[in-house]
Design a protein around this ligand. Sequence first.
Ligand code: PSU
Ligand code: MN
Length: 309
Amino acid sequence: MTLNSFFSLSSEINRALQTGLPIVALESTVITHGLPQPQNIQLARDMEAAVKREGATPATIALLEGKIRIGLSDEELARLAGAKTALKVSHRDFATAIVKKASGGTTVAGTMFAANNAGIKVFATGGIGGVHKESSFDISTDLRALAETPMIVVCAGAKAILNLPATLEYLETMGVPVVGYQTNTFPEFYSRDGNLNVSVRLDSPKDVADFAQAHWSLGMRSAVLVANPVPETDAIPKSEMEPIIARASKEAQEKKIRGQALTPFLLQRISELTNEKSMRANLALLLNNAQLAAQISKALVVNQKRRDI
Ligand code: PSU
Ligand code: MN
């Protein structure tokens, strides 16, 4: 698919695309559903600033009044963060938002769909969705999008609220490389001390760019998932998180919270149970991922130029 009238790109993003500047896509479900106010708008601004500081252009993606917007102004970002009834937009929800002229935050899957159509290759999020613990049939569309979309997705692993071994098995089945960034083990969102394996360890932005180009040059169409551990200063040991996650998960089951509402419920409940320590880890890893994604987007552009010579 090419960009049609449902899409609208900011002039800054248009210019960056035309001149081949490094661009980093940023998701917006974390703004509309993943974080409370006012931390959400602060985080959205800080992520954009982190990308700019590295010399890349941020492209926050969202639905605004039924348009798929790529690159938001600060006023639009604030409007989205303050919206009372924003949709959570994954693949199946785009048409809903369009016909209802609604606004919403795009999930990892939704952001990948929009960014890929615009020709953006690098994307930063917090943690991808995956197979839920509460029901093994609740599998995030994020996993399907990762299987089908040739982009580099920088995350801090999958959210620890998930069944992580099952999530990694699914990614293996779908042929999605899981890169440990400066780590041999898969980071577990809030924690660095997990013991699941990644498929390859890479240690620099250039190595990630080279890896992705080799992957796609072979004709592979999947994403390259880059798992970047939460910064040490904000990491929470797994042993501390496990009982809290178990309690939040039990409450979700008792309250019969399912579908799109499950992930936001768990993130918020865990934040309450940790006196916001988990939210601070979440904010730190999001910024860390924006920074690394910007570095990788620059390395990709450098490689591209070298090939064009
Ligand atoms: N990362 C975060 N916070 C979030 C998310 C990611 O730090 O809220 C969002 C992403 O948009 C991801 C979504 O796609 O959670 C997963 O939702 P679900 O499990 O319903 O697919
Ligand atoms: Mn789900």
